[in-house]
Design a protein around this ligand. Structure first.
Ligand code: MLT
Length: 269
């Protein structure tokens, strides 16, 4: 892992391969290791950059506003500063998974000139419902008493397809162990930030770059219907549905997700 000082934190980032930069942004409450298969496969052809977001994996959390947490915009600012620190000036392909997608919208809005293409993976453009916001704030407010154990147990049934839960416990356990070792304060901060995120649906029609949309067919957190809506709004976008995958499509069906990314990236390089 490389380390860069950005926006007063030390940010860790995996940087593998040469060529067109492809930045993989992980989801909540995970770290860059969720992209292991994609990094391995794509790193031979492209420059794959997989950061740990502020507070996750090996990156520091830094100062956090107790009320606002870490906004999606602030994570996007970190990514921009990290690219500056890496002296990357050529256009990047930005890939966001779930919360990584919420961050991607902010990055596009603020630093759109850096973008060559986008990959949207199991994410959404809509804001939270009032009930969803309440659940997030409940977790944030109770994080000290809940600990990561309870967070992992609450999330587990929503992250995976039934077949993954029943037949491939090693995949489930790998992701659950990442949640267990995540800094609880980073979890609380991200929940506050996600609760406050705006609806970005208006941005979709304005996206003129190549866009690949990927969704697990059994995703209950960011549903295929939601991703179909996104793909339908973005002119010329491609949609890859992933069978026998839930929310964690990139780890549940790595071959299908990686092949879709690889084909897309080869077409645009
Ligand atoms: C994620 O995978 O990043 C989260 O499930 C996103 C969310 O909680 O909305």
């Amino acid at each position: 892992m490389e380390r860069f000082t950005v926006n007063e934190i030390e940010m860790a980032c995996l940087d593998r391969g040469l060529g067109m930069p492809v930045v993989l942004v992980h989801g909540f409450p995970l770290d860059q290791t969720m992209w292991e298969s994609q990094i391995e496969a794509l790193g031979g052809e492209f420059r794959v950059i997989a950061p740990d977001l502020r507070g996750y994996g090996e990156s520091e959390l830094g100062e956090v506003d107790p009320a606002d947490g870490v906004t999606m915009e602030r994570y996007a600012d970190d990514l921009n500063a990290m690219l500056d620190a890496m002296e990357i000036t050529e256009p990047i392909v930005l890939c966001g998974f779930s919360m990584g997608g919420y961050i991607l919208w902010q990055f596009v809005q603020k630093y759109g000139e850096r973008i060559r293409a986008l990959i949207l993976c199991d994410t959404k453009a809509s804001a939270d419902t009032d009930d969803a916001k309440k659940m997030r704030l409940k977790m944030a407010n109770h994080i000290d008493e809940w600990g990561t154990e309870k967070v992992a147990q609450a999330m587990k049934p929503k992250l995976f397809a039934e077949a993954t839960l029943e037949e491939r416990p090693e995949i489930v356990e790998r992701m659950i162990s990442v949640i267990h070792r995540t800094n609880p304060q980073a979890i609380a901060a991200a929940q506050r930030g996600m609760a406050a995120r705006p609806d970005m649906s208006e941005l979709l029609r304005e996206l003129l770059c190549p866009v690949l949309v990927i969704v697990g067919e059994e995703d209950v957190l960011t549903s295929p219907a939601e991703m179909e809506f996104i793909a339908g709004q973005i002119p010329g976008s491609l949609l890859q549905r992933v069978p026998e995958a839930g929310h964690m499509a990139p780890v549940e069906q790595p071959e299908i997700v990686t092949a879709a990314m690889q084909n897309f990236l080869r077409q645009i390089r």
